[in-house]
Design a protein around this ligand. Structure first.
Ligand code: HEC
Ligand code: HEC
Ligand code: HEC
Ligand code: HEC
Ligand code: HEC
Ligand code: HEC
Ligand code: HEC
Ligand code: HEC
Ligand code: HEC
Ligand code: HEC
Length: 306
C-alpha cells in the first residue's frame, strides 16, 4: 500500500539523474572558482609560456601544475575576462612588468614562499625596502638555475656597478674566477648581519672560509679580533692581499712613531742607505709575520715576530 508513496519519493531522484546527464553533456569547465578558466585555455594563445612553465619545478612541485587547472592563474590571477576580451597586454590580467606595484608582484611569490626558511628575513632585506621585487632577479618562465635572470654575478653587477669595479682590482676575492659567488657571503633575501652578510658579524663570516684566523691565539692583535675589515677590503683592492693600505702606512695608521720601530721615515733610512727593512718588500711584516695573532712563546709571540 506504500508503493504509490515510493514513486513520489523516487521522483525527485529521477529528476536529479536527468539533470546530471544533461550537465555532463554540457561540458562545463571543472574549475568552479569564479573567473578562473584553466591553463589549457591559456595554452591556446601563449604556447611558449605554457611550454617553458611546464618544464620548471613550479609546474612539477607547486601542486598546481598544468594538469590541475589554474596553474597560470595562481600567479597571473583569474583570466576569464582576459580571454573573453580576446587577450591583450594589461587587459584584465596580472603581469609582472615594472609599472606594476613592487609589493603586489612580490606578494604573488610570497603567497607560497613566505613561510620558508629562505624568506624568514625578507622583511629586513634592503632589497625589499628599496623596492626590488622577486622578479627583478628571478624569471620563473626560464629553466635557469634557481630561475636566475642571468649568471649570478652578472645579475648582481647589473645594479651594483661599484662592486663590479672592485672585483676587477689587482687583489680580489675570486668571484670572476668562479671560485666563490656573491651568495657565498650574502643572502640577498635578508639576514640579521649588516649588509646582508650570511653571519652575525664580519669576522664570523670570514672565519667560515679562513678558519685559521679564528685562533685561539695566546697573543692577540686587537684589530684582528675586532673586525677584519679594519685592514682588509671585502671585495677587492689594488694593494696586495686585499689590504686597505700598504704596510707600513697601514700599520702606522695606528702605531705612531713614538714607538719602536714604527717610524721608518728617518732621513738616514730613506736617503742614505736606502734599504730600511721597515719599508721594503713586506715592510713591517718582514719581522712581524704573525700579524693575525701568535702562539709563539715569550716576547717573540707577544710582538708577532713569530
Ligand atoms: C585569445 C587568446 C588569449 C588567451 C586565451 C589568453 N591570452 Fe593572454 N594575452 C593575449 C594577447 C594577444 C596578449 C598581448 C600579448 C602582447 O602584447 O605581447 C596577452 C597578454 C597576456 C599577458 C601580459 C603579457 C605581457 O607582455 O605583459 C599575460 C600575463 C597573459 N596574457 C596571461 C594569460 C593567461 C594566464 C591566460 C589564461 C588564463 C591567457 N593569457 C589567455 C591573448 C590571450
Ligand atoms: C603555488 C605556490 C608557488 C608560487 C605562487 C611560487 N612558488 Fe616558487 N616554488 C614553489 C615550490 C613548491 C617550489 C619547490 C620548492 C622545493 O623544491 O623545495 C618552488 C621553487 C622556487 C625556486 C627554486 C627553484 C630551484 O631551482 O631550486 C625559486 C627561485 C622560486 N620558487 C621563485 C618563485 C618566484 C620568483 C615566484 C613568484 C613569481 C614564485 N616562486 C611563486 C611554489 C611556489
Ligand atoms: C636581488 C636579487 C634577488 C631578489 C630580489 C630575490 N631573489 Fe631569490 N634568489 C636570488 C639568488 C642569487 C638566489 C640563489 C642563491 C641563494 O640561494 O641565495 C636565490 C634563490 C632563491 C630561492 C631558492 C633558494 C634555495 O635555497 O634553493 C628561492 C625559493 C627564492 N630565491 C625566492 C625568492 C622570492 C620569493 C623572492 C621575492 C620575495 C626573491 N627570491 C627575491 C636572488 C634574488
Ligand atoms: C609562479 C608564478 C607564475 C606562473 C605559475 C605562471 N607565470 Fe607567467 N609570468 C610570471 C612572471 C614572474 C612573469 C614575468 C617574466 C618572467 O618572470 O619570466 C611572467 C610572464 C608571463 C607572460 C609575459 C611574457 C613574458 O614572457 O614575459 C605571459 C604571456 C605569461 N607569463 C603566461 C603564463 C602562462 C600561460 C602560464 C601558465 C602555463 C603562466 N604564465 C604561469 C609568473 C608566473
Ligand atoms: C668574501 C665575502 C664576500 C663576497 C664574495 C661578496 N661580498 Fe659583498 N660584502 C662583504 C662584506 C664583509 C661587506 C661589508 C659588510 C659590512 O660592512 O658590515 C660587503 C658589502 C657589500 C655591499 C654593501 C656596500 C658596501 O660596499 O659596503 C654590497 C652592495 C655588496 N657587498 C655586494 C656584493 C656583490 C654584488 C657581490 C658579488 C659580486 C659580493 N658583494 C660578494 C662580503 C662579501
Ligand atoms: C634590480 C637591482 C638589483 C639587483 C639585481 C641586485 N641588487 Fe643588491 N641592492 C639593490 C638596491 C637598490 C640596494 C639598496 C642600495 C642602497 O640602499 O644604497 C641593494 C643593496 C644590496 C646590499 C647591501 C645591503 C645593505 O644592508 O646595505 C647587498 C649586500 C646587495 N644588494 C647584494 C646583492 C647581490 C649579492 C645581488 C645579486 C644576487 C644583488 N644585490 C642584486 C638593487 C639590486
Ligand atoms: C666563501 C669563502 C670565503 C669567505 C667567506 C671569505 N673568503 Fe677570503 N678568500 C676565499 C678564497 C677562495 C680566497 C682565494 C684563496 C687563494 O687564492 O688561494 C680568499 C682569499 C683571501 C685573501 C687573500 C687575497 C690575496 O690576494 O691573496 C684575503 C686577505 C681574504 N681572503 C680575506 C677575507 C676576509 C677579510 C673575509 C671576511 C670579510 C673573507 N676573506 C671571507 C674565500 C673566502
Ligand atoms: C691589523 C691589520 C689586519 C687585520 C685586522 C686582519 N688582517 Fe689579514 N692580513 C694583514 C696583512 C698585513 C696581511 C698580509 C700578510 C703577509 O703579507 O704575510 C694579511 C693577510 C691575510 C690573508 C692572506 C694570507 C694568509 O695569511 O692567509 C688572509 C686570508 C687574511 N689576512 C685574513 C684575515 C681575516 C679573516 C681577518 C679577520 C679575522 C684579518 N685578516 C684581519 C693584516 C690584517
Ligand atoms: C686599527 C689599529 C691597528 C692597526 C692598523 C695595526 N695595529 Fe698593531 N696593534 C694595535 C693595538 C690596539 C695593539 C695592542 C697594543 C697594546 O697592547 O698596547 C697592537 C699591537 C701590536 C703589536 C704588539 C705590540 C706590543 O706592545 O706587544 C705589534 C708588534 C703590532 N701591533 C704590529 C702591527 C703591524 C706590523 C701592523 C701592520 C700590519 C699593525 N700592527 C696594524 C692596533 C693596530
Ligand atoms: C727588523 C725587524 C722589524 C721590523 C722591520 C719592524 N719591527 Fe717592530 N719590532 C721588532 C722587534 C724584534 C720588536 C720587539 C722589540 C723589543 O722587544 O724591544 C718589535 C716591536 C714592535 C712593537 C711593539 C712596541 C714596542 O716598542 O715594544 C710595535 C708596535 C712594532 N714593532 C711595530 C712595527 C711597525 C709598525 C713596523 C713597520 C713600520 C715594524 N714594527 C717593523 C722587529 C721589527
Amino acid at each position: 500500500m506504500y508503493r504509490k508513496y515510493l514513486i513520489l519519493i523516487l521522483c525527485p531522484f529521477a529528476f536529479l539523474l536527468l539533470f546530471a546527464a544533461i550537465s555532463i553533456g554540457d561540458e562545463k569547465p571543472p574549475i568552479e572558482k569564479k573567473g578562473y578558466i584553466g591553463a589549457d585555455t591559456c595554452k591556446g594563445c601563449h604556447e611558449i609560456q605554457y611550454g617553458t612553465y611546464s618544464k620548471t619545478v613550479h609546474s612539477k612541485k607547486s601542486v598546481r601544475g598544468p594538469e590541475s587547472q589554474d596553474a597560470c592563474e595562481t600567479c597571473h590571477g583569474p583570466g576569464a575576462k582576459h580571454v573573453e576580451k580576446g587577450g591583450g597586454r594589461g587587459v584584465d590580467i596580472f603581469d609582472f612588468r615594472k609599472n606594476v606595484d613592487v609589493k603586489d608582484r612580490s606578494a604573488k611569490c610570497l603567497s607560497c614562499h613566505e613561510e620558508t626558511r629562505q624568506m624568514a628575513s625578507w622583511n629586513m632585506s634592503k632589497h625589499r625596502m628599496k623596492g626590488v621585487a622577486c622578479n627583478d632577479c628571478h624569471v620563473v618562465h626560464s629553466g635557469g638555475e634557481k630561475f636566475l635572470k642571468s649568471e649570478e654575478s652578472e645579475l648582481c653587477f647589473g645594479c651594483h656597478r661599484d662592486i663590479k669595479a672592485q672585483t676587477y682590482k689587482q687583489s680580489h676575492h675570486p668571484i670572476k674566477e668562479g671560485l666563490i659567488k656573491c651568495s657565498s657571503c650574502h643572502d640577498v633575501h635578508g639576514t640579521f648581519g649588516s649588509k646582508q652578510i650570511k653571519a652575525d658579524t664580519v669576522n664570523e663570516l670570514c672565519y667560515t672560509c679562513h678558519a685559521d684566523k679564528r685562533g685561539p691565539y695566546m697573543w692577540e692583535h686587537p684589530p684582528v679580533q675586532e673586525n677584519c675589515l679594519t685592514c682588509h677590503k671585502a671585495h677587492g683592492s689594488n694593494h696586495y692581499k686585499l689590504l686597505n693600505k700598504r704596510p707600513p702606512e697601514l700599520c702606522q695608521s695606528c702605531h705612531d712613531w713614538t714607538q719602536h720601530p714604527s717610524s721608518p721615515y728617518t732621513s738616514f733610512d730613506i736617503f742614505s742607505s736606502g734599504h730600511s727593512n721597515r719599508m721594503v718588500a713586506r715592510a713591517c711584516l718582514n719581522c712581524h709575520s704573525q700579524i693575525h695573532g701568535s702562539n709563539g712563546p715569550s716576547a717573540r709571540g707577544l710582538h708577532f715576530v713569530r
